[in-house]
Design a protein around this ligand. Structure first.
Ligand SMILES: [Ca+2]
Ligand SMILES: [Ca+2]
Ligand SMILES: [Ca+2]
Length: 166
């Protein structure tokens, strides 16, 4: 199709007007629009059934793990723990333990990961840890309200729900 000079001129005009509108119209929120993010729920969806050496997590008769989680930042600092609120004796086919939480971050410069532990009367057994995720990355990806993280062997899976507050 051969465009007439008038059609080309019209197209040029429309493009000229549409371009700034499109630029102004990008009302996507930015991190500056939010003052904090809150982790509102954490669930351990999957975990190793046995210790690395094949033993049960505990001795008979309550040999299933007593699961809790820690949130640790990239510097190794403990941010949050449910150590005193473990879920006792979670069986292989039980639903994963779930906690309602109110873990607040007033900036997004944190890289976090979940550690999953078996609570014991003496030293607790480390069960697994998920790969780390950064809050700023979740913001960049559209202020995600759900994150699922897993260990490198994909056996330990932890999910979290988030609320971004303006
Ligand atoms: Ca144990
Ligand atoms: Ca137990
Ligand atoms: Ca235990």
């Amino acid at each position: 199709m051969q465009l007439t000079l008038m059609q080309m001129f019209r197209f040029f005009l429309v493009a000229l007007i549409a371009l700034p509108i499109a630029a102004c119209n990008s009302g996507d929120p930015t991190v500056e629009d939010f003052r904090r993010v809150v982790i509102t729920e954490v669930a351990v969806e999957s975990w190793p059934i046995r210790k690395p050496n094949g033993d049960r997590w505990d001795g008979f008769p309550t040999e299933n793990p007593d699961i809790y989680f820690d949130i640790v930042d990239s510097g190794g600092q403990l941010i949050f723990t449910t150590e005193d609120d473990d879920e006792s004796n979670v069986g292989d086919n039980d639903p994963g333990p779930r906690w309602v939480t109110d873990i607040q971050f007033n900036n997004f410069n944190r890289t976090l990961n979940f550690e999953v532990w078996d609570s014991d009367t003496d030293d607790d057994d480390f069960m697994g840890e998920t790969e780390s995720f950064s809050l700023i990355d979740l913001a960049d990806r559209g202020f995600l309200t759900f994150v699922s993280t897993e260990s490198t062997d994909q056996i330990t899976v932890v999910t979290a729900r988030l609320r971004w507050e303006r």
